[in-house]
Write a new protein. Structure first.
Lengths: 125, 414
């Protein structure tokens, strides 16, 4: 535990991972379970190394879009779109290089158009 | 919390079966979609939330929401299961009815009824086997294709056609039906074939093969839990599977090479499975019915109880094969009998028995027919002839594992 605290102190910067992908392909139960286990193993590893500030949440793939001065409400993004944000996680790392390297282990790259957007959280004050 | 291996596969079968009782067999695809949705949901949520305390209950609760949505949305457009039809019409009865069906107690029966539905006599035997794997064991078409050496597209087409046949009846097979006994013997046969595909099948991947054996055992145990299906032949089938499965760990040596029964390291046999198998065989002995499963299990028991290969009671095994030939004669059974005769009376006698097999031409493509001839000729010191047979066997090997094994036997005749 003491180890973790020192590590956490070393990871000064915070980043948000935005998980983007196209629709999930249909898969057999065994494949779904394996994909799940890869996700959990990846997140567990990051947690054990003290990188997870907040595991975050999954997001529904479809929602509403409010746009323009008229506050027009439309459906979107569409569930079938290629780059829908499906969830986010708040991580801490030494720098963007480390944050990016850690993201490379994410299982999302195994599905079509899978991507992790790594965005530094701006420091305020 | 960690997930049990293959949890989703197990849950898929259970959930599709119980949802089909709500939706009706003609809406099987709808049940499959709802189940797929529930897995998708779990895949999205669990990495963030962690695995819930009771994953099965979480999946079923997620499916329950979707089921109620679907029923409300489509109750005017579709007909659902006749046994629940009227209850769907009113909001007062819809939710309690769904909850009653989804409540645990009946689910095992639903799984059993689904198994009986999949073994529809209008379907070919191999299609029944694939359908059981697909619906009850949650195997995807690509996974079935890998196990049975066919393409995903062909499997998909066959499964779609098979589901259309099932859709002809609106509800799951009724176990109190007069056809239950006849259908049970088809179900047993399908589970037997499923197990054998795993045990002897041509798929080279041992993981795939072990999966098939494990699923067959899971389903046969389900037969033993229901009074209508827990009959002596079901016990005999279960005994047979346990006794064979006990030998699985030693069928391959450390290098992944196939090891024949007599050369296996018997200390690696799974003692718990042997004990369970013998106990099941005992339970199978009640009543007067003697089936081919009884006899095959008895043969497996003779092997399982011989501490060393030399201790094997080959006379007893020949007798049992004689009996099996009266119950279920086939060229493969005759071949196995001939091999047992060779062990009892010597290689020359074994060769005579092989030459005497009726319809031996059915065995022409079976690599182990040629391998048996090669083995016995080799024992008679006719090495050139033996080599010819092993060459013929090699040419028919179905995977790299068989190839290595046969090559090794060929080299031994040099």
């Amino acid at each position: 535990m003491g180890m973790k605290t020192t590590q956490q102190e070393a990871y000064m910067s915070e980043f948000v991972y935005l998980y983007r992908s196209g629709p999930r392909p249909s898969r057999s139960p065994e494949q779904a379970q394996q994909e799940m286990q890869r996700w959990m193993a990846w997140l567990k590893d990051l947690t054990e190394k003290g990188h997870i500030k907040d595991p975050g949440h999954p997001l529904e793939r479809a929602g509403k879009l409010v746009t323009g001065k008229a506050r027009t409400v439309t459906d979107g993004p569409f569930a079938e779109a290629k780059d829908v944000v499906g969830g986010y996680t708040l991580v801490q790392a030494a720098d963007i290089g480390q944050a990016t390297a850690l993201a490379a282990g994410c299982p999302i790259f195994e599905i079509a158009d899978g991507a992790v957007e790594v965005r530094p959280v701006m420091r305020i004050g | 919390m960690e997930l049990d291996d293959h949890l989703f596969r197990r849950e898929a079968g259970r959930m599709v079966a119980v949802l089909t009782r709500v939706f009706g067999l003609h809406n099987l695809a709808l049940a499959e979609d709802v189940v797929q949705d529930a897995f998708c949901r779990a895949l999205e949520v669990w990495p963030f939330s962690g695995v819930p305390e009771n994953p099965s209950a979480w999946l079923m609760a997620t499916a329950r929401h979707r089921v109620i949505d679907v029923l409300r949305r489509e109750r005017t457009a579709r007909t659902f299961a006749p046994e629940v039809g009227r209850l769907l019409e009113s909001e007062w009865t819809l939710v309690p009815m769904v909850d009653e069906i989804l409540a645990g107690a009946a689910i095992k029966d639903d799984l059993l009824r689904m198994m009986f539905s999949c073994c529809d006599p209008r379907l070919r035997e191999d299609v029944q086997v694939a359908l059981v794997l697909h619906i009850l064991c949650g195997f995807g078409c690509d996974e079935i294709a890998a196990a049975f050496f066919t393409t995903e597209a062909a499997t998909y087409k066959r499964m779609s056609r098979a589901k259309k046949v099932l859709a002809g009846s609106k509800q799951l097979f009724d176990l109190s039906n007069a056809d239950c006994a006849a259908r049970l013997s088809t179900v047993q046969r399908v589970l037997y074939l499923l197990f054998n595909e795993g045990y002897h099948g041509a798929s080279a991947q041992s993981a795939v093969r072990a999966d098939l054996c494990r699923e067959a055992i899971r389903l046969v145990l389900l037969l033993l839990e229901h009074p209508l299906t827990a009959i002596p032949s079901s016990y005999a089938l279960a005994a047979l599977m346990h006794l064979h499965a006990a030998r699985l760990p030693s069928r391959l040596d450390a290098a992944g090479n196939l090891t024949p029964l007599v050369a296996q390291d018997r200390t690696r046999w799974d003692g718990a499975l042997v004990a369970r198998g013998l106990q099941l065989l005992n339970q199978a002995a009640s009543g007067s019915e003697l089936t081919d499963y009884h006899v095959e299990a008895a043969i497996a028991a003779v092997h399982a109880t011989a501490v060393h290969a030399e201790d094997t009671d080959w006379s007893r095994i020949v007798e049992l094969y004689d009996l099996l030939m009266t119950l279920r004669p086939s060229p493969v059974v005759a071949l196995n009998r001939a091999i047992a005769v060779a062990e009892r009376d010597g290689a020359e006698r074994g060769l005579e028995e092989i030459r005497a097999i009726a319809n031996a031409e059915c065995l022409i493509d079976y690599p182990f027919y040629h391998a048996a001839l090669g083995e016995l000729e080799h024992r008679c010191n006719r090495h050139a002839v033996a080599r010819q047979h092993f060459h013929a066997a090699l040419a028919r090997a179905r995977n790299a594992m068989e190839q290595r094994f046969l090559q090794q036997r060929l080299d031994a005749c040099a």
